[in-house]
Design a protein around this ligand. Structure first.
Ligand code: HEM
Length: 183
């Protein structure tokens, strides 16, 4: 399989299913559900963006500053008078390969975000959605895939896979912690 994206998708398929299931416990139909959704994303996204920044992600992705969504997520939380949930920890287990694997998951989460943004808008028109709507019309996903194929193809496969698993794992932990806190 030559295409790196196809391999990443294969490695992440089952984990994507898990993350989708874990987040489906948080409804976007109610204000409280949306707050919990944003808090859970914050617990994962703030840590992952910080971790990648510390790993020198801007050396890998030239348009990294335009991709960061922590501020958009903070703005939504603030608009809803909501504290972020405590940030979860993530430890990089590898070099550039790990970062590319984790970036694939982070950037891919925008795709589901589009769908969720439509769902939220239908259920709660007027809800703040800087995060779900972040740079929606800027073609960040195709731009990411081009960079991935041209820059990450020589990376260590185990590191790439580990990055995918760790990043998905972080979001799954965040969604599970949020669902448990609701019990
Ligand atoms: C309830 C939550 C979610 C739903 C409903 C959802 C839905 C989707 C959909 C429909 C796609 C395909 C979009 C397309 O091909 O145009 C997609 C792709 C993707 N999503 Fe999600 N998603 C969710 C959460 C997440 C989260 C939290 C992450 C990451 C932590 C994530 C990572 C990805 C990735 C990496 C892809 C790209 C797969 C590929 O290479 O084609 N998703 N998602």
């Amino acid at each position: 399989m030559d295409n790196l994206r196809q391999r990443l998708r294969l490695w992440g398929g089952a984990l994507h299913h898990q993350v989708d299931t874990a987040f489906s416990a948080l409804t976007l139909e109610t204000a409280e559900g949306y707050r919990q959704f944003l808090q859970a994303h914050a617990a994962a996204l703030f840590s992952l963006e910080d971790c990648l920044a510390q790993q020198g992600v801007s050396q890998l992705l030239d348009d990294w500053p335009a991709r960061q969504r922590s501020n958009a997520l903070r703005a939504d939380l603030q608009a809803l008078n909501c504290e972020p949930a405590p940030a979860l920890t993530i430890t990089p287990r590898g070099g550039p390969g790990w970062c590319w694997g984790a970036l694939y998951v982070l950037e891919g989460s925008r795709l589901g975000g589009k769908l969720l943004a439509r769902r939220l808008q239908a259920a709660q028109p007027g809800a703040p959605m800087h995060y779900l709507d972040h740079a929606a019309d800027q073609g960040l996903w195709p731009g990411f895939l081009q960079r991935l194929e041209s820059q990450a193809h020589g990376c260590d496969e185990r590191e790439l896979q580990q990055g995918v698993e760790d990043a998905f794992g972080l979001f799954i932990r965040a969604a599970s912690a949020s669902a448990e806190a609701k019990l």
